[in-house]
Write a protein that binds this ligand. Structure first.
Ligand SMILES: C=C1C[C@]23C[C@H]1CC[C@H]2[C@]1(C)CCC[C@@](C)(C(=O)O)[C@H]1[C@@H]3C(=O)O
Ligand SMILES: O=C(O)CCC(=O)C(=O)O
Ligand SMILES: [Fe+2]
Length: 377
């Protein structure tokens, strides 16, 4: 897999500047374009195959059953997540307790924001090296393999939980969007609460205490990402989100009615069918490190289509910035030595934003980078 590693060939300011001026991804225009700009065309070995991917039968966790505390339900839930996380790191969560109208508002309000004129969206423009704000296909950040999507990302702090953090990204766009900030603040609060319930179960399934990971993430400083994939006239030439493993700890994703999420399992791309009553949950690199490599952070991507826009709400659970990520001692012994160096999420996040384009090798590349830096000091 080619690695857009800015370390080796750091872009000169003029090339970045040039990119920022020469190519702007205006979805309202490009979605009708049959002549695909070269930068959006992915290499043959990464292009989506034209025939529809086979569906993946994803284990489904009934979270309400687990939270009821009934011992049979707890054991069943623990076995289900352990098997899923050892295999491909993906499972569905139903009976999750998140208000259905909050989810539909969060989905619906994405249209309100992304259907704005580009000039308005760019008032919340994400700056190179930062992980929040509006981005249209990351022109100015990447020079090739541009994703066919627009994104709006913002930080959520479980400790502060004051919605003006989220609101600032919307208020920049327009005063009328203050209400959107409230909806996404409430949505992130619900995701944070759901994450902690899942962390209890992951702790049990790994044989550490029920509270270990829940405590570690209770003051999480997470990332909320709104993904908007416009229709594409040549969907087999590009990707909405390229093949990657999430560098974060846990991802809680809500697909709308349009399919597109695919996971690389047993050497083939398998699709996850949208289910509006379920969240798709996957282990990220940081939790793979916390599990000392027992649970897998797996390769996945998003494909686009030529008929309708696709939206996904992705909540990326992240520990507070400077907490040390280190597997608990219960998961380390002579047969299971520590697999990864200790690190902080803030260092790993900066690595993905400034030095390395997250892909299938992100955690290994980061570990090498950390060890190489340590050997120089
Ligand atoms: C920490 C993060 C970086 C990305 C957003 C979160 C978790 C997933 C990462 C990402 C989606 C992986 C694929 C490449 C990426 C550039 C993207 O397509 O958005 C990644 C995100 C990012 O760097 O903004
Ligand atoms: O949009 C999707 O279904 C997947 C997006 C994704 O993997 C991500 O944003 O990390
Ligand atoms: Fe992802």
């Amino acid at each position: 897999m080619a690695i857009d590693c800015i370390i080796n060939n750091p872009p000169t300011m003029s090339s970045l500047k040039e990119q920022q001026t020469s190519l702007v991804f205006d979805a309202l225009v490009l979605q009708h374009e049959t002549n695909m700009p070269q930068q959006f065309i992915w290499p043959d070995h990464e292009k989506p195959n034209s025939q529809k991917s086979k569906e993946l039968d994803v284990p489904t966790l009934d979270l309400g059953g687990f939270l009821s505390g009934h011992s049979g339900a707890v054991k069943e839930a623990s076995n289900l997540v352990r098997e899923a996380c050892v295999n491909h790191g993906f499972f569905l969560v139903v009976n999750h307790g998140v208000d259905a109208s909050l989810i539909s508002d969060a989905q619906r309000y994405m249209d309100l924001f992304f259907e704005l004129p580009l000039s308005k969206k760019q008032r919340a423009q994400r700056k190179v090296g930062e992980s929040c704000g509006y981005a249209s296909s990351f022109t100015g950040r990447f020079s090739s393999k541009l994703p066919w999507k627009e994104t709006l990302s913002f930080h959520f702090s479980a400790e502060e939980n004051s919605y003006n953090i989220v609101e600032e990204y919307f208020k920049k766009t327009s005063e009328e969007f203050v209400q959107l900030g409230k909806v996404y603040q409430d949505y992130c609060h619900a995701m944070s609460k759901l994450s902690l319930g899942i962390m209890e179960l992951l702790g049990i399934s790994l044989g550490v205490s029920r509270t270990h990971f829940k405590e570690f993430f209770k003051d999480n400083n997470s990332i909320m990402r709104l993904n908007y994939y416009p229709p594409c006239q040549k969907p087999d030439l590009t990707l909405g989100t390229g093949p990657h493993c999430d560098p974060t700890s846990l991802t809680i994703l809500h697909q709308d009615k349009v399919s597109g999420l695919e996971v690389f399992v047993e050497n083939e791309w398998r699709s996850i069918t949208p289910n509006s009553n379920a969240f798709v949950v996957n282990i990220g690199d940081t939790f793979m490190a916390l599990s000392n490599g027992r649970y897998k952070s797996c390769l996945h991507r998003a494909v686009v289509n030529n008929k309708s826009p696709r939206k996904s709400l992705a909540f990326f659970l992240c520990p507070k910035r400077d907490k040390v990520v280190s597997a608990p001692d219960e998961l380390v012994d002579e047969n299971n030595p520590r697999v990864y160096p200790d690190f902080t999420w803030s260092t790993f996040l900066e690595f993905t934003q400034k030095h390395y384009r997250a892909d299938m090798n992100t955690l290994q590349a980061f570990s090498n980078w950390v060890q190489e830096k340590a050997s120089r000091t």
